[in-house]
Design a protein around this ligand. Structure first.
Ligand code: NDP
Ligand code: MG
Length: 393
């Protein structure tokens, strides 16, 4: 029996994870669930999965959850705040942690799971983008097993040789090919992008996801963050990673080898596949995802990314090349800009301009401690807010 904590249980990944777990009650039990503000949803999940512990964002949310659970006769212990998230991620009773909080808020609890040597199923890419080498080193030192949930990285993991080390050296890997759908605005006239609404930006053609990552997919910052994520997960130098637009999202990524072979992982676009893969690894379990019917799909298309249309992708490559805390600055500025777009404070095309402004205005430093990374994160958030204030006044 694998005992599992799900950080971000009420989100898109959290709900898909619980769906897979519910199919295999003989293999998995839920130790703890976390949410931020969707208390009623978390209460319903606690009623179904009976975790020992549940964590929410605030004291008020905790009181509300406790009252709801009492009414249902559910004896889950309710806690709140970051320290509680770190505690349920590192508790001795836990084997596996699904890290599916969105954004920088996921860093501390995900790192706590890694430092406690857990099997970490990594959906939260922002944590790795921010902390890079620090996170990988912490996981390595504690003997944590990191398994990628992001569909591209899970696909790459499946296509790499079983004995792959910490870097591509000696593995015969020539290129890591990250596929990208191009999002909802792949073919829309660029000059009309300033007028798009949050609803249009969040309407992804192939994937149903949370709002932040949906906007990131529309700007292609999501792919940029994934390039940085791939760099750290697979120890791959920047020039070994290529982005290929593939609008159908059937091939989830590929690995190209020196002998000319290209291995790809295919499947219907449904996150339950990578979730089930990582949960059961190295075994395979049913996920609820329908088998892929290639004759139904019939056509697979590929093209190069257009960096004029998607400046965020170029900004992410630049941040990765700059190194140090540059990716943390990029990530923080992006989180603030995306929220401002969702709140109707700025237009879609201002997202990349806010990020560019912040990464140019702030000098990046060495990412030699989590404290240094968090300090840069805070500086970038403040600079992004100031810049947005100036734009909207
Ligand atoms: P959602 O927005 O759907 O869910 C986010 C989860 O995090 C919710 O449970 C939310 O709680 C919780 N949360 C939000 N803010 C905080 C906070 N400040 N502190 C603690 N918890 C918080 O996001 P997704 O599930 O789409 O994405 C989660 C992560 O997985 C992201 O990092 C994303 O990049 C990554 N990912 C997602 C994919 C997808 O298909 N959705 C694919 C690949 C990666 P509440 O519901 O109460 O607000
Ligand atoms: Mg992805």
């Amino acid at each position: 029996m694998q005992r599992i904590t799900i950080l971000g249980a009420t989100g898109s990944i959290g709900v898909s994870t619980l769906d897979v777990l519910a199919r295999h009650p003989e293999r998995y039990s839920v130790y703890a669930l976390s949410a931020h503000s969707r208390v009623a949803e978390l209460a319903a999940q606690c009623e179904q999965f009976r975790p020992a512990r549940a964590v929410v964002g605030t004291a008020a949310a905790a009181a509300e959850l406790a009252a709801l659970l009492k009414g249902k006769g559910v004896r889950t212990e309710v806690e709140y705040g970051e320290a509680a998230l770190c505690a349920v991620a590192s508790a001795a009773e836990v084997d596996t942690v699904m890290a599916a909080i969105v954004g920088a808020a996921g860093l501390a609890p995900t790192l706590a799971a890694a430092r406690a040597g857990k099997k970490v199923l990594l959906a939260n890419k922002e944590a790795l983008v921010m902390s890079g080498q620090l996170f990988i080193d912490a996981a390595q030192q504690a003997g944590a097993v990191l398994l990628p949930i992001d569909s591209e990285h899970n696909a790459i993991f499946q296509c790499l040789p079983a004995n792959y080390g910490r870097t591509p050296q000696g593995s015969g890997v020539a290129k890591i090919l990250l596929t990208a759908s191009g999002g909802p605005f792949l073919t829309r006239a660029v000059e009309t992008l300033d007028a798009v609404t949050p609803e249009q930006a969040c309407k992804h053609p192939n994937w149903a996801m949370g709002r932040k990552i949906s906007v990131d997919s529309a700007t292609m910052m999501n792919k940029g963050l994934e390039v940085i994520e791939a760099h750290w997960l697979f120890g791959a130098p920047t020039d070994l990673i290529d982005v290929v637009i593939h609008p159908q999202s059937v091939i989830h990524s590929m690995v190209s080898y020196v002998d000319g072979s290209v291995l790809a992982q295919l499947g219907n676009p449904d996150m339950r596949t990578p979730i089930a893969h990582a949960l059961a690894y190295p075994e395979r379990i049913a996920s609820g995802v329908a088998q892929l019917d290639l004759t139904q799909i019939a056509t697979l298309q590929f093209e190069r990314p257009d960096y004029q249309r998607f400046p965020c992708l170029a900004l992410a490559f630049d941040a990765l090349r700059a190194g140090g805390t540059a990716p943390a600055l990029l990530n923080a500025a992006n989180e603030v800009a995306v929220q401002a777009f969702l709140d109707l404070r700025i237009g879609f095309r201002q997202i990349d301009r806010v990020i560019a402004h912040v990464v140019e205005a702030l000098p990046h430093g060495a990412a030699d401690s989590i404290e240094a990374v968090m300090a840069q994160d805070a500086l970038a958030r403040a600079a992004a807010e100031r810049h947005i204030d100036g734009l909207t006044r």
